[in-house]
Write a protein that binds this ligand. Structure first.
Ligand code: EPU
Length: 337
């Protein structure tokens, strides 16, 4: 357990916004969790990789940094291998490690910033795959009951960029490790637009899981800004899901509106398309801006505060609502005290 007084949080959030706290305590092991002083949600903040938060005020109390590491194969049978990862493991390094072991299942989730413990919080997803397809269980410290608990995938209530940890009982659980069931045999999932084209551009027609990982890395690197160079938290809004008849009316009125049929009743619309239509792509308001490569990504050009980025997000929400009648939901956790 490492303790720092009056830390700056700038290097601890991928937006790179400045914020202060009274104390920073790094949790390196499950024993550290046991010796944690009481957590006060009104004053304290639990932070993983900081890649999915927008901090808009100082933290009056303590920031707990979850850095519990460890990755292990814990079980296997002829078809599957079960892998445990500490919540502080870097997600992308974990993906590459599973590929080196000849395992597949999370290759489409390559290069997602952040740590493994955050993966179930927002059920990370990309290129047609979500964590929910491989997650077996989550081990967490239950603050309510002051004891360890294991939650099955069902208990986690995973949905599109959502979970029990995020919206049902925020703050109750401190995730310390996740267990995934990965495949020995590779089952490619290449349906997401652009993936097959990218593989073709790489000269690959029968891809391995590692090839798909490399293709995803190329796609993401081209479209999404690298947070170590330009502060951002990936997609700032969720893609809105609408009843099919309403989506059809909008598609008739706005030809070109990108959308995906989810099931018979619902259609997902591209939030990036809506935002680009409203003229925000590449725009800049002081140091807060919208990426010129992807309209869904808000960026910090240097010294933007969290409040300035939030103000830009609010004006995007207003413009999209006035044009389309759609309320965009934010994806990152908004932190303010
Ligand atoms: N598009 C635009 N303008 C843009 C960018 C995209 O109109 O500036 C349209 C295009 O038609 C494009 C379509 O949106 O074909 C989809 O774009 P993209 O493939 O980049 O996907 P997305 O729906 O914008 C989602 C996830 C990303 C994930 C990608 C790939 C959400 C909120 N975001 O973005 O996740 O990487 O799909 O699977 O679901 C994240 O959550 O932080 C994240 C980056």
């Amino acid at each position: 357990m490492k303790i720092t007084e009056r830390p700056s949080l700038k290097a601890l959030n991928s937006f790179g916004v400045e914020a202060a706290a009274r104390l920073l305590i790094q949790l390196d092991s499950e024993e550290d969790v046991l010796s944690m002083p009481p957590f006060d949600p009104a004053k304290d903040l639990l932070l993983g990789g900081g890649s999915n938060v927008l901090i808009t005020s100082d933290v009056p109390g303590t920031v707990w940094l979850n850095r519990i590491t460890g990755r292990n194969i814990v079980d296997s049978n002829p078809d599957y291998v079960w892998v445990d990862a500490g919540s502080g493991e870097n997600w992308h390094d974990l993906v590459r490690w599973t590929l080196e072991k000849g395992l597949s299942g999370i290759e489409n989730l390559s290069l997602i910033p952040g740590l493994a413990g955050a993966a179930p919080i927002q059920n990370i997803g990309a290129y047609g795959v979500e964590l929910s397809s491989v997650l077996e269980s989550v081990t967490a410290w239950d603050r309510l009951k002051a004891g360890w608990t294991e939650l099955s995938t069902g208990d986690c209530q995973l949905a599109y960029r959502d979970s029990r940890f995020k919206s049902v009982e925020p703050g109750r659980y401190l995730v310390t490790s996740i267990r995934m069931r990965l495949n020995r045999a590779y089952h490619p999932r290449l349906a997401y637009a652009g993936l097959v084209d990218e593989l073709r551009a790489m000269g690959i027609t029968r891809p391995s899981a590692s090839d798909v990982s490399n293709a995803v890395i190329r796609l993401r690197s081209r479209k999404l800004p690298d947070p170590s160079k330009l502060g951002n938290a990936g997609s700032f809004f969720k893609n809105p899901v609408l009843p099919a008849d309403r989506a059809a009316r909008l598609a008739r009125r706005y030809p070109g509106l990108t959308n995906w049929q989810m099931d018979q009743e619902t259609v997902k619309l591209s939030a990036a398309w809506l935002i680009e239509f409203c003229g925000f792509k590449g725009s800049r308001h002081g140091d807060a801006g919208v990426s010129e490569n992807h309209a869904l990504v808000l960026v910090n050009h240097g010294c933007a505060t969290g409040s300035e980025i939030l103000a830009l997000a609010n004006s995007i929400q207003t413009a999209v609502f006035e044009e389309f009648g759609i309320s965009l939901e934010t994806e990152p956790e908004l932190v303010s005290f």
